[in-house]
Design a protein around this ligand. Structure first.
Ligand code: UDP
Length: 326
């Protein structure tokens, strides 16, 4: 991609910080806006950090007057499904309404292309797998709906104001920087791979496996784990596509490979050489048995190719990062 200046909202978070790294590797100029409510300044490997809430319209106006951005990446959001059920207002405010403010600011300043972090949660309980982008959207919790509403706003703004966008529907983001400089660091942590690895190190209690009676070969849920660096490379390609006059659109990002919770545990045991303290507990509400992506559209249209699709490599990188935390 041609050298230019990019804005990364939520660039101090898990996925955003890997995108910042990918932009820096291409010698791009990067401005990061993050309120550090969940992100960490230490996760930013370069560029300029502005610590501020992105939903402040006066701040955005000032920012867009001061800088000419070739594109905006938007990662900042609340992501805990169970919390979204208990406190939907927080999710519609932070994920939907705040993004509306951003869209209006973009509309009024130069129509800068936007790459948006969406989620496979927009599909809800799958009618078939692998899931392609034509699969009906039927988000089953406020988190998924808060993102789906943004996708709908994006389409309406594109239609009314020629505001270009790409929404990327992530399956299960996992892994870490291969050099272990940055990685997953959520609090609370709800994601399987860090919980497995932290059960090994003793940082967290033994893993609870949510359900062993699903209709899958080993009875545990199947997910599509995609390396965070592969997610980052897809964002760069998506922006490149828009800057070069490509159409707005929506793309799934996953490996197309399904691994069960037990597969993840067995792979973690093989990678670390240590057992995973664990027990089986009841199903977690709202977990579909199987979520696997059909990501062929991103491959075809964006020229995307995941580099780290092997689960062992994803877990090796996550493990190196986990050990670097001590
Ligand atoms: N999971 C589990 N125990 C945990 C956390 C997750 O058994 O402590 C399972 C969860 O039920 C799902 C898979 O691991 O089948 C991945 O969950 P995660 O929360 O990482 O991602 P999700 O697929 O829910 O977005």
């Amino acid at each position: 991609m041609k050298q230019a200046k990019f804005l990364v909202i939520g660039g101090a978070g898990y996925i955003g910080s890997h995108l910042v790294k990918a932009l820096l590797a291409q010698q791009q100029q990067v401005i990061i806006v993050d309120n550090l409510s969940a992100g960490k300044a230490s996760a930013i490997l370069g560029g300029e950090l502005i610590t501020h809430d992105f939903e402040d319209r006066a701040f955005l106006d000032q920012l867009f007057k001061q800088h000419h951005f070739a594109g905006v990446f938007h990662f900042a959001s609340q992501i805990v499904v169970s919390e979204s059920v208990k406190n939907p207002g927080k999710y519609y405010r932070a994920n939907t309404s705040a993004t509306l403010t951003l869209l209006e600011a973009l509309r009024d300043h130069q129509h800068i292309p936007l790459v948006f972090s969406s989620t496979a949660a927009v599909y809800g309980e799958p009618l078939y797998t692998p899931i392609n982008e034509q699969h009906p959207t039927n988000a089953v919790n406020p988190y998924g709906r808060s993102k789906l509403m943004v996708e709908q706003m994006l389409a309406d703004f594109a239609n009314a104001h020629a505001q270009k966008y790409i929404a990327l529907r992530y399956f299960n983001a996992a892994g870490a920087d291969p050099l272990a400089r940055i990685g997953e660091q959520h609090e609370p942590e709800t994601h399987l791979i860090p919980l497995v690895l932290q059960a090994i190190t003793g940082k967290r209690p033994p893993l609870q496996i949510f359900g062993e009676d699903y209709d899958t070969p080993d009875g545990t849920c199947i997910r599509d784990y995609i390396h965070v660096d592969d997610l980052a490379s897809a964002h760069v390609l998506a922006m490149h596509h828009l800057i070069n006059g490509g159409e707005s659109g929506i793309f799934n990002l996953g490996n197309g490979l399904g691994y069960s919770v037990n597969d993840v545990i067995q792979t973690a045991i093989a990678v670390t050489g240590q057992d995973v303290p664990r027990s089986y507990v009841a199903r977690r509400a709202g977990d579909p048995a199987r979520l696997v992506a059909d990501a062929n559209l991103a491959k075809k249209v964006l020229g995307w190719q995941p580099k780290f699709s092997d689960l062992s490599i994803i877990i090796e990188h996550a493990w190196a990062w986990e050990k670097a935390q001590k």
